[in-house]
Design a binder for this molecule. Structure first.
Ligand SMILES: *[C@@H]1O[C@H](CO)[C@@H](O)[C@H](O)[C@H]1NC(C)=O
Length: 310
């Protein structure tokens, strides 16, 4: 997914940390080696780093893959349960009550994981491939955008908006959240929200965890942002088409989708991060037709928590 990324030199930057509501102290931080990431040839088109975000963070440019933690006064750390951090598949470290979706397919009552009408959803954009999807779509659909792609493709992000589609957050840089500390999780969420606000003037309601990586530690954080988790009950595994060892073919995906269509309900996971997965999505639209819902329509909910005026 980050094939188009290139590492730039390690940089030093200043982050102003809001200590309570009173003092502001400057803390010097060094970006890790994988920080300071930019898209080749796209930087001039980036969402400008807004003054309100400089005022709040002390920074003047968008972070790399490992965004810095900026404390937020509305987050109560004592509300976050102490489940253990783990890598993907390292599921034994936590009890079943942690309610992990990727480990045990567990969902909480406020998670959205299905839909009354079988509907597609798209993760990992916006990318140039997203535009081909926009050309084809005759119904409103849901995109879960990465913050880092949002600030690097602001015009594509706004075109998705102008076409009336719903956009939720997919974190800043596609981290597997259960492997992160609470502070790192907050950083992934806050920077994705700031990217969406700086680019689209709105604050999202819907959150799709990368790799389905969510448990009650992560929910305790995302709920404090007002976000609601969106999972799925039908997986195309379309990303396997772009992985080094493809264990899935286009035709297997189309066969699955035709089968799912018979039951009429559900939420389908797809990706607009690559041309190959978008090629598949265009054919899936032909199979399913346009009688689909956005995630907010699935649950009769709102599209965004807030829309700001410019
Ligand atoms: C969103 O952007 C507006 C400026 O358009 C700013 O005043 C506001 O503080 C931002 N809110 C968040 C949560 O990013």
């Amino acid at each position: 997914m980050f094939k188009s990324l290139v590492l730039v030199a390690q940089t030093l930057y200043l982050v102003s940390v809001l200590a309570g509501d009173t003092a502001t102290k400057l803390v010097e931080k060094t970006l890790p080696a994988n920080g300071g990431v930019a898209f080749v040839g796209e930087q001039h088109k980036q969402t400008p780093f807004p003054q309100w975000l400089t005022d709040f963070t002390g920074m003047t440019q968008w972070p790399g893959l490992d965004p810095p933690y900026v404390p937020l006064s509305f987050i109560d750390m004592s509300k976050i349960p102490n489940y253990k951090q783990h890598q993907q598949g390292g599921c034994r470290v936590n009890p079943l009550e942690a309610c992990s979706f990727d480990c045990h397919n567990c969902v909480e009552p406020d998670d959205v994981h299905t839909c009354a009408k079988l509907s597609q959803t798209f993760d990992d954009g916006p990318t140039p491939a997203t535009l081909r999807l926009l050309d084809k779509l005759k119904h409103k659909t849901t995109f879960f955008a990465l913050g880092i792609n949002t600030v690097n493709h602001p015009n594509i992000y706004r075109e998705v908006m102008e076409n009336g589609h719903l956009i939720g957050t997919h974190t800043w840089s596609h981290a597997y959240l259960p492997s992160l500390t609470n502070e790192q999780i907050i950083a992934q969420i806050e920077w994705s929200i700031w990217a969406m606000n700086a680019t689209g003037n709105h604050y999202p309601k819907w959150f799709r965890p990368p790799y389905g990586g969510i448990d009650n530690r992560i929910r305790a954080i995302t709920r404090q942002f007002g976000l609601q988790a969106v999972l799925w009950d039908h997986d195309t595994f379309d990303w396997k088409l772009v992985s080094n060892d493809p264990k899935r073919t286009e035709n297997q995906i189309y066969d699955d989708v035709r089968e799912w269509k018979k039951h009429k309900q559900g939420l389908i996971l797809e990706h607009d991060g690559a041309h190959k997965t978008v090629d598949v999505a265009l054919n899936v639209i032909d199979i399913l037709g346009n009688d689909q819902l956005t995630v907010s329509q699935c649950v009769n909910g709102i599209d965004y928590i807030k829309k700001y005026s410019e």
